[in-house]
Design a protein around this ligand. Structure first.
Ligand code: ADP
Ligand code: ZN
Length: 222
């Protein structure tokens, strides 16, 4: 099963993708996570990407495309994947189509997590992220069991530098300008399913699982 999660920053793509990936036993591919890992390790890509990310801008398409192609070389994507944070504009959507075509693959399901602006701001400005495993928490909505400590791996939680309100607004602007047009793109491909992602995470998860089940008889079988 090949799933793309689409939606504004704060829609909960990362949260949903992580749980889905585990339930469906598929790799979770988050371009944001891969980029942040590169920044942390100060790789050549990380050094190039950092300024764009801190500003809330998109990292240039060529850089992200190279990174994604590399990820799609890994054997674990044969059974499918949950893609989160890619594509983010039309050029990227076409890059992805090209990568998949070469492998004789198509996308099964694009889920658009429709989210309202106040919810986005509330979620992002209260978000905490694990510095090791990337798990997301929220000061109010999904607090960790122990203050600033990850429930899953015990590492420290931090606030992403691009989750300041000012940068969040910039990311939203970029989303509207660049990413929102993908809704129509996947609608025309008849792959798009819209959900309201203002609901709690468990409610949204159930809806996505329902959609996946509608596409494939039993998405949970081995
Ligand atoms: P969010 O969806 O909440 O904005 P992400 O972790 O997906 O968070 O992305 C964080 C930042 O990483 C983006 O603002 C952007 O700078 C960069 N990024 C992630 N994915 C892409 C992509 N596909 N193309 C360009 N830049 C990206
Ligand atoms: Zn962790």
């Amino acid at each position: 099963m090949r799933i793309i999660l689409l939606g504004p920053p704060g829609a909960g793509k990362g949260t949903q993708a992580k749980i889905l990936a585990e339930k469906l036993n598929l790799p979770h591919i988050s371009t944001g996570d891969i980029l942040r890992q590169n920044v942390k390790e100060a790789t050549a890509l990380g050094l190039q990407a950092r300024a764009f990310m801190d500003r809330g801008d998109l990292v240039p398409d060529e850089l992200v495309a190279k990174m994604l192609m590399h990820r799609f070389e890994q054997p674990d994507i044969k059974e499918g994947f949950i893609l989160d944070g890619y594509p983010r504009n039309l050029v990227q959507a076409k890059t992805l189509d090209g990568i998949l075509q070469k492998k004789n693959m198509g996308v099964d399901l694009v889920v658009y997590l429709d989210t309202s602006e106040p919810v986005i701001i509330q979620r992002l400005t209260g978000r905490l992220v694990c510095s090791k495993c990337g798990a997301n928490f929220h000061i109010k909505n999904m607090p960790p069991k122990r203050d600033a400590v990850c429930d899953y791996c015990g590492d420290r939680l931090y606030q992403r530098s691009d989750d300041k309100e000012e940068t969040v607004r910039k990311r939203l602007e970029v989303y509207r300008k660049e990413t929102a047009s993908l809704i129509q793109y996947y609608q025309e491909m008849q792959k798009l399913h819209r959900l309201s992602a203002d609901e709690d995470a468990e409610v949204v998860l159930k809806s996505i699982i329902g959609l996946a089940a509608g596409i494939q008889d039993d998405p949970f079988k081995e």
